[in-house]
Ligand binder design. Structure first.
Ligand SMILES: O=C(O)COP(=O)(O)O
Ligand SMILES: [Mg+2]
Length: 225
């Protein structure tokens, strides 16, 4: 096995951060603007992973609304405006994140984030939660002009921290993360408590874990630790 340092790339929403409460709030501002009832949190959790614009479109589709493209653009702008102002009102890191990052750091791993959030929103959220400085790179869905499941943002995140894709792993919660990892030729650990419409164990990840305390065990199973 190579002794090059391991690069660990984390997804953000539903992986490092329980961001659903603030995302649901912003989505329901949009729904109200369209005269639709709010969508319950449990349902919204299955709509995330492909970025905020997809979330707005999926919310509207769930209410059987098909506004003209221009109106969808307005509603997306409304979502962003509300979400930016309330991005960390109720969002918080998942249990065990800080300790897991400490352990990875101590092991010499390079740490990065690859999210489908807009980069500036990811930086803002992580800054407000006090975790931005723990990562050598924060790549958003707009950083490289293509979002996950494309391999480019994941490979970009690995490159930004000077990592080697042959010694890297993606940690995520959705099919988007698994697909991006496969496209990049990188193994994927799936966390079971995130946001996905498909059961986590059916996403096709290499290992599924239920808590960050199990992360090193998962990396060992992949031959990476
Ligand atoms: O919010 C989303 O839809 C995507 O965000 P994620 O890539 O960090 O999960
Ligand atoms: Mg996610």
């Amino acid at each position: 096995m190579s002794s090059a340092p391991l690069t660990v790339v984390f997804d953000l929403d539903g992986t490092l951060v329980e961001s659903a409460p603030d995302l649901v709030e912003a989505l329901n501002v949009v729904m109200a603007a369209e005269g639709c009832p709010p969508i319950p949190m449990a349902e919204v959790r299955g709509m995330m992973g492909a970025g905020a614009r997809a979330l707005v479109e999926r919310g509207l589709a769930a209410a059987e609304r098909t506004p003209a493209k221009e109106r969808v653009g307005e509603l997306y702008a409304l979502f962003l405006e509300h979400y930016e102002a309330h991005i960390a009102d109720r969002s918080h890191v998942f249990p065990g994140v800080d300790a897991a990052l400490d352990r990875l750091d101590a092991s010499g791993a390079k740490l990065a984030v690859c999210t489908n959030k807009l980069e500036r929103f990811a930086v803002k959220l992580m800054g407000e939660l006090g975790i931005a400085s723990r990562f050598g790179a924060i790549v958003g869905g707009d950083t490289y002009g293509v979002a996950k499941p494309d391999a480019a943002p994941l490979l970009g995140a690995i490159a930004q921290v000077g990592g080697d894709p042959a010694r890297a792993v993606m940690i995520g919660d959705s099919g988007t993360d698994v697909a991006a990892a496969k496209a990049a030729g990188v193994p994927c650990v799936v966390l079971s408590f995130g946001y996905t419409a498909v059961p986590p164990r059916e996403l096709g990840g290499d290992v599924v874990i239920d808590h960050f305390d199990e992360l090193e065990g998962a990396l060992a199973r992949l031959g990476l630790a």
